[in-house]
Write a protein that binds this ligand. Structure first.
Ligand SMILES: *Cc1c(COP(=O)(O)O)cnc(C)c1O
Length: 337
């Protein structure tokens, strides 16, 4: 697994009784360091998990080449990339298997849940059989998730976001707890259960509206990315050529941690949709200590320390984006080169 990704993936690996082996990122990239990936993969490796982080398209070819050499599977983590394509083909289908998250905060949502896909019909049947065997129906949890989804529907609107999302975020920031601020604290056990009919139908109905929504978001992201590109020192993480990622937010790389933090002091908690992705590289989460152990990942640490996100929601108005742009420009202009 990449050393910078969602901590839940590390917990899933541990849940399956597997050993987690990390691979560092290439400098400034969401992709694996290819040399290190080749070094850490041997016959003990069951699966390599390249990750389409932030809607960007990850390099699957390198993982596939190495996986074929050592007899491993490739599982694409497309949790943040539902609808993304490379050369016209949807991500998640180039490896042996792929998954998409429908958890709250990932856009199209059933509050919790997701999609597991595989090109090979036999593997797909095996996934379905295993799911029937190990995933129980749990009425209590289904009821709870359904109520949460209804609550989400009630509060997910511009006038109430400040109350439902902004207030807890600012409380966490005041406590000096960035992990809670971005919702990275997954120290509690995760209930495993099937997704009920009603929530499935909510997801399926939203799916029909997805392409139009993604197109509007992509158009907005292109415009705003071009504006940010004019500020020296800002790198908006982008796709390789031939790729059409999705744009839930813009992921920005800053020259150093001090500059990134100066920007966050102005904008995180300002109600403008500026935040961070995962707070730490995986070895630096206390609650993952037993899962990760002693593994080093210098590039992943730098990535965690120098990146921030800007929401690409259609609700972030042009004048609000302009306030963000101006703040970025002023912090970067004051920076001593
Ligand atoms: C959210 C996320 C996951 C986990 O998805 P769940 O549906 O919450 O289990 C995995 N990988 C990445 C990159 C994610 O962002």
């Amino acid at each position: 697994m990449p050393a910078y990704t969602c901590p839940l993936v590390a917990l899933a690996v541990a849940h399956c009784g597997l050993e987690l082996r990390l691979c560092d990122l290439a400098p400034g990239s969401i992709d694996f360091d290819a040399g290190e990936l080749a070094r850490v993969c041997d016959r003990d490796v069951l699966a390599i998990v390249p990750t389409h982080l932030a809607g960007r398209i990850a390099d699957i070819d390198t993982a596939l080449a190495i996986a074929r050499r050592v007899g491993a599977f490739v599982i694409e983590d497309a949790a943040q990339a539902l609808g993304a394509r490379r050369d016209g083909r949807p991500v998640g289908f180039e490896g042996d298997a792929g998954f998409f998250s429908l958890a709250v905060g990932k856009g199209l949502t059933t509050y919790e849940g997701g999609l597991l896909v595989a090109r090979d019909p036999e593997l797909r049947r095996e996934f379905a059989r295993t799911s029937r065997e190990i995933v129980p129906r749990r009425i209590g949890w289904e009821l709870k998730r359904s109520l949460q989804l209804l609550g989400y529907h009630a509060f997910y609107r511009p006038s109430l976001l400040g109350l439902a999302y902004g207030a807890p975020l600012r409380r966490a920031l005041r406590r000096g707890d960035p992990v809670a601020a971005v919702g990275d604290d997954f120290s509690l056990p995760i209930p495993l259960h099937t997704l009920g009919r009603w929530r499935q139908s909510v997801g399926a109905r939203a799916f029909a509206r997805l392409p139009e929504f993604l197109d509007a978001c992509a158009a907005q992201a292109q415009r705003r990315r071009a504006q940010l590109a004019r500020i020296a020192g800002i790198d908006v993480v982008d796709d390789p050529s031939g790729a059409q990622g999705v744009w839930p937010f813009l992921l920005l790389r800053l020259p150093d941690e001090a500059t990134r933090d100066a920007i966050l002091r102005k904008l995180w908690g300002a109600g403008l949709g500026v935040s961070r992705l995962f707070i730490h590289a995986l070895p630096d989460y206390g609650y993952l200590q037993d899962v990760v152990g002693e593994q080093d990942a210098p590039n992943a640490r730098v990535f965690a320390a120098t990146t921030l996100t800007i929401s690409n929601s259609p609700w972030l108005l042009d004048e609000e984006f302009e306030a963000i742009r101006a703040a970025l420009e002023s912090v970067l202009a004051r920076r001593v080169p």
